[in-house]
Design a protein around this ligand. Structure first.
Ligand SMILES: [Zn+2]
Ligand SMILES: [Zn+2]
Length: 300
């Protein structure tokens, strides 16, 4: 475990450069990149089988997204009176159940014997049971949904929220940087330090609608305090993934650096470093991030 000195000042480059307060990455590209990164991280990993399953789910999301766009009968304009995405409304509306069926079509033929019973169980669920489970996930009632089925249900539900997030007008950016997604209100997975044209900028990645929102670096993403931050990692101070912990509110969120690893992706790199979560929680910090493939077993 290495600790690096705290940087309290906002990098001057960041404070003077123009940036978009909210980003909505193109979904097919995002899911495909996530699947590729999960497969890359899976090789030789302790959780290899699960990382590969998560990659298959992300790839199935890409397929279901393409199908949903091809069949779209709702034009972006017709939904433009909405101000933001309401997860509970998305869950109730139930379009996501169609995405679940498309994803099961993709996943069932190549599934391992360990996973097949779960996919069959999802296939056999009544529409009402699916809707009830989706609503429970939207309300973070994780204990009432089977842990083996929850990641698949979340993936389909999340895809519908992500599609909706790309049709609504962006909320007006407030001067206050939010600990939760300004588009749908959900918790972040992690924060990502960008490469390329946004080099060095930090964005938090939404666990549900796949939007990203800007936050200056070196301040707590949960309580905005900048006075007592620490960075935990296993490899070195140059680690791709670090847990940014806050001594003020005793929480942490991972910071994932594309500057250090260009292929790094929030969901994939967070999932592959769950051992870092054990270390952070052993030091008394509570996780504020939510990973779609490692949902908690109780309400946040
Ligand atoms: Zn969101
Ligand atoms: Zn804090």
């Amino acid at each position: 475990m290495n600790e690096v000195p705290v940087r309290r000042s906002v990098p001057s480059e960041e404070s003077t450069r123009h940036f978009d307060p909210i980003l909505r990455p193109e979904l097919h590209e995002l899911y495909t990149a996530r699947a590729a990164r999960l497969r890359e991280l899976a090789t030789g990993h302790e959780l290899e089988a699960y990382l590969r399953l998560a990659a298959d789910v992300a790839q199935a999301q890409a397929q279901a997204q393409a199908q949903a766009q091809a069949q779209a009968t709702v034009s972006p304009e017709s939904r433009s009176n909405a101000v933001a995405v309401d997860p509970v409304e998305i869950a109730r509306q139930g379009t996501w159940v169609t995405h679940l069926d498309t994803m099961l079509d993709q996943l069932i033929p190549g599934a391992s014997p360990a996973i097949t019973p779960h996919l069959d169980a999802l296939r056999a669920m009544s529409t009402q049971a699916r809707l009830d489970a989706g609503l429970a996930l939207a309300q973070h009632q994780f204990h009432s949904v089977s842990q083996a089925l929850a990641p698949f249900l979340w993936a389909a539900f999340s895809l519908d929220a992500a599609l909706a997030a790309r049709t609504v007008p962006l909320p007006v950016a407030s001067s206050e940087e939010s600990p939760s997604c300004p588009v749908c209100g959900s918790a972040p997975v992690a924060s990502l330090i960008y490469k390329g044209t946004r080099q060095g900028l930090r964005y938090l990645h939404c666990s549900l609608c796949e939007s990203q929102w800007h936050m200056v670096r070196a301040k707590c993403t949960n309580c905005a305090d900048a006075g007592d931050l620490d960075y935990l990692s296993f490899d070195s101070t140059e680690a791709v993934v670090r847990a940014e912990s806050c001594g003020h509110c005793h929480s942490y969120l991972k910071v994932i650096s594309q500057e250090r690893e260009p292929n790094a992706e929030s969901v994939a790199d967070d999932l592959a470093t769950l051992v870092l979560d054990d270390a952070a929680s052993a030091e008394g910090y509570g996780r504020t991030g939510l990973n779609p493939f490692a949902l908690p077993d109780q309400a946040l």
